[in-house]
Design a protein around this ligand. Sequence first.
Ligand code: PMM
Length: 314
Amino acid sequence: MTEVRPSGGPTGLRSARDDFGTLPAVLGNDGPRRPRIMGILNVTPDSFSDGGRWLDADAAVRHGLALVADGADVVDVGGESTRPGAAPVPADEERRRVVPVLSRLARESDVVLSVDTTKAGVAAAALEAGASVVNDVSAGLLDPDLLRVVADAGAGYVVMHMQGEPRTMQVDPRYRDVVDEVATFLVERLDAAREAGVAEGRLWADPGIGFGKTGRHNLELLAALPVLAARVRVPVLVGTSRKSFLGALVGRPGGRPDERDDATLATVAWALERGANGVRVHDVRSAVRARDLLDVLRRATPDGLDPGRDGVAA
Ligand code: PMM
């Protein structure tokens, strides 16, 4: 596997993390010691936070490259909004949005590219254009061909939990035990991906914060990240970025999504400290800083920095 050195980043903390060694260039579950920061690039007119901002391919590529400069390990390109209430987008339109952006980002940077899609045809075109990971909020349940496309390409695969579908998922979501149900679902869908031929070293799992969940469900899942990680036994990705439950929690319900970056950062630190292997965020620079600072804090002892101790949460 190709290896790249972690970039220095803007934090001044480079020396503290250099001895983490090399970083595999593909989002694989090779036991990464350094959690991955996945930057969000939505090429849609209607995503809840950045909808309409990067619909033009030039603007999208510029923003993708800015995420790379901020230290993103992965850039996740999506052409269909999954915000609550969103209507599905035809495959042709979704392909037309993501493929040119992915090909140009693949040409202009070395970053790992992922495509946020539930459709086999879009995934195939995106992998052809330079993506190496498929981020699937439907866990392979919306398109029966998707898992085969991922398996044939040897791509990485993120299996996410969602209750219902985006159009209706926030209408009274209910669980008997949200942590147990999400974990059971993820284990089943990871097995389905393995059966379809997706390589063990390419699988990730994501509890799907905000996808058919109340604020309380989201909090219970965040509190239970170590339990979830132990159940799924693949690296865990967490996406809280700018989601509306954060506005409610900090006393600003209904506020603008980009006013939730401070609350997002608190959840990023929380998730990373509880063993999340990756976070999916809009504000990459802050997440990179938080991750790097956590590395240093975990090595800190009353006698100074312990170079022999790694920064991985227990
Ligand atoms: N959230 C959104 C879209 N895709 N994918 C994963 N794996 N996890 C998430 O939490 C997730 C996702 C919705 O957020 P956006 O509209 O800002 O992309």
